[in-house]
Write a protein that binds this ligand. Structure first.
Ligand SMILES: [Zn+2]
Length: 396
């Protein structure tokens, strides 16, 4: 359920309860679809007539539709589903190496995509993104919105990239710039936050069913998205979730993006795993594998590659345990290419989390590997439009 902003709610509006109930029903459809009115009524303890009224409103708003369930003898039950498949959005995954611009529907199916190298000159990158969007809109003009995933600090409310460390971009009003060029509303968020939303809307059932969880996105760096009450927790100036820079120890194999060798990302990012492998095999530069290859090597039985991944998983586990002690989420999900190495690292990760959680007196939340694969950030970008559409039924 969307949190109520008490600063903006001047007086409790008579229709606030109606909006909240509508959001509760919508959320049940999202989590449990296909679901019948009777089931919603049973699970929410809302009266059947209230549920029916709300469902009619949601149908009018174009957010849900009816479908026939399987008959168990009598008339087949009428079930409800989210109307997401027919809605199109454009997702922009602006990465440190490449940018992907893709048209997709709101259940995460990609219809068209273009990929190009991200230019360090942000104006060039912006124009390139706009050109891709304009050409994709020639064949799919009915675009509901554009979502952008960025590798840095983002002020979600104003759509401003506050700081993108890799390119040293600061204070870039990317949402309004791109909206002016394309005429389509634009939503922007940090990549780990957007990936968290993608898990909530499109991810595995264990995550779709929970309200509070932490997304740990492992890449060159390490970012986290905090999802509370089914929404991203942004904190002041969008600065929440910077756990990648929490102190984990000393003498990490690499420095974090800001130059420290004590931060979590310096111990647990892809770069950290690669550095461990290089140190042990004396490969660097030319002979050094990329992270994708490192995982392949580990699956092929290269023990040094396995050890590098397992040691990295150990530090991932320490960080996840620390984050869990502070936030007590219902689940933690690991995204990025490392999710593919799950069979190799799951034991070490879970053992470390469990061992390090003993002091708290509570066992830690379960950890899962993301199923979104290499499109996690792109799915995040599309989910920004999806979440905006389905959360907008409650007044801010
Ligand atoms: Zn740091």
């Amino acid at each position: 359920m969307r949190r109520i902003n008490l600063k903006k709610a001047n007086v409790a509006r008579s229709d606030t309860i109606r909006f909240i109930n509508r959001q509760i029903v919508l959320n049940y459809v999202r989590e449990k679809e296909p679901i019948s009115r009777a089931e919603i009524s049973h699970e929410t303890a809302l009266q059947r007539s209230t549920v029916s009224l709300i469902v009619e409103e949601l149908k009018t708003l174009g957010l849900v539709y009816e479908t026939e369930g399987e008959s168990t003898g009598g008339r087949p039950p009428t079930l409800l589903r989210l109307r997401a498949a027919g809605c199109l959005a454009i997702g922009v995954d602006l990465g440190t190496a490449h940018t992907t611009v893709a048209t997709g529907d709101l259940v995460g199916r990609v219809i068209k995509r273009e990929i190009f190298e991200t230019d360090p000159d942000r104006e060039i990158t912006l124009r390139r993104i706009a050109t891709c969007i304009q050409s994709q809109m020639l064949s799919e003009p009915a675009i509901e919105g554009i979502g952008i995933s960025l590798p840095g600090l983002v002020d979600f409310e104003t759509g401003t990239a506050l700081f993108i460390p890799h390119f040293k971009w600061r204070n870039w009003s990317i949402a309004s710039d791109l909206s002016q060029l394309t005429g389509v509303p634009v939503t922007v968020d940090n990549d780990a936050n957007a990936a968290g939303l993608a898990e909530l809307w499109l991810g595995r059932p264990e995550i779709r069913d929970v309200r509070d969880f932490i997304m740990v996105l492992v890449e060159d760096g390490l970012g986290t998205g905090i999802i509370f009450d089914g929404q991203v927790y942004h904190g002041m100036d969008g600065g929440a979730g910077e756990f990648g820079h929490m102190t984990i120890g000393k003498g990490a194999p690499v420095a974090c993006a800001a130059g420290s060798d004590e931060c979590w990302e310096a111990f647990a990012s892809e770069r950290a795993a690669l550095a461990r492998y290089s140190q042990r095999t004396l490969t660097n530069g030319q002979g050094r594998p990329n992270f994708e290859r490192l995982i392949d090597l580990a699956f092929e039985g290269d023990q040094v590659a396995v050890d590098a991944l397992v040691e990295t998983a150990h530090y991932l586990g320490l960080g996840i345990s620390n984050v869990s002690k502070g936030l007590s989420p219902q689940a933690v999900i690991l995204g990025g290419q490392i999710a593919r190495a799950w069979p190799l690292i799951a034991d070490e990760l879970r053992t470390t989390i469990e061992r390090s959680s003993v002091c708290r007196g509570l066992s830690s939340a379960p950890a899962y590997a993301s199923t979104l694969g290499e499109d996690t950030r792109l799915m995040g970008a599309l989910s920004l439009v999806l979440a905006g559409k389905f959360a907008s039924v409650v007044p801010a």
